[in-house]
Write a protein that binds this ligand. Sequence first.
Ligand SMILES: NC(=O)c1ccc[n+]([C@@H]2O[C@H](COP(=O)([O-])OP(=O)(O)OC[C@H]3O[C@@H](n4cnc5c(N)ncnc54)[C@H](OP(=O)(O)O)[C@@H]3O)[C@@H](O)[C@H]2O)c1
Length: 283
Amino acid sequence: MTSTTPDRLPSVSLGHASEPGLTVPQLGFGVWEVAEAEVETALALAIEVGHRHVDTARIYGNERGVGRVLADTDVPRDDLFVTTKLWNDDHANARQAFESSMVRLGIDVLDLYLIHWPAPGRDTFVEAWTTMLELQREGRVRSVGVCNFQPVHLQRLLDETGALPSINQVELSPYLQQRELRAFHAEHDIVTEAWSPLAVRAGLLDDPVVSQIAASHGVSPAQLVLRWHLELGNVVLTRSVTPSRIRDNTDIFGFQLTAGDHDQLGTLDRGQRTGPDPDRFGS
Ligand SMILES: NC(=O)c1ccc[n+]([C@@H]2O[C@H](COP(=O)([O-])OP(=O)(O)OC[C@H]3O[C@@H](n4cnc5c(N)ncnc54)[C@H](OP(=O)(O)O)[C@@H]3O)[C@@H](O)[C@H]2O)c1
């Protein structure tokens, strides 16, 4: 397949009344487990091949490396969408954690700040959310959201603060399709963002159904799976330190899945996580 990556990757509206006109590029470049030394090369190439959305977190330990790329790139800051996250032990200390992340990133305004996990056993995520809403009202962050929240956690935010996140970043793949959660998101205008979209640790890329549909389109299993995510309307985060994969994972705009492909991929759902269970993790 020759490269069909458009000049500007598609965006999704964040849609909340408090964020008029704010959009997020549908394809993001994640840097989990990318060492500080590697992040600059990988992210610089990602930007070169068209990425305008980077996803980091305090706990990834590479915000400074991301900040150096933001400072060095020719792409204007306003054309880049930057996300970082609040770690579990900072829930009660969200303002200070935010300011420390901003110093490491070297920017004045963040595009998206996320609570990394609900960590329900700590019972501190509502406190964190209240501070994040304040940061948004003060104009320090354009949009606020969460990761790994189940419907019960989202409902609690609504009941106790009257405000829902614009986006929920969750593990999602053909092996973990999260139908109930996505229905909650659709009902409440929350954007779904997929992490570990390739379910590499569960062997999704070797699944015969995935391989066969990918071959029918002349693309790789990873390209097929990423395209499936885009066609669901989700934001999807890719991650690689391998230059050929960074290019291939962005080159997913020259083909479309058929209704039959979607039906077949829909049957792969096993509710299989490769990461922690959000109801238990972080307590
Ligand atoms: N909010 C959360 O709790 C949470 C949790 C996990 C992740 N995330 C975010 O989501 C991002 C994406 O998740 P992830 O890092 O697990 O992504 P992923 O794309 O599902 O997995 C990345 C792994 O797949 C490999 N890979 C990438 N492209 C490939 C391809 N075309 N063919 C074969 N293997 C390929 C990479 O290897 P190489 O690097 O060696 O190429 C890497 O080992 C993270 O970086 C992070 O920003 C958030």
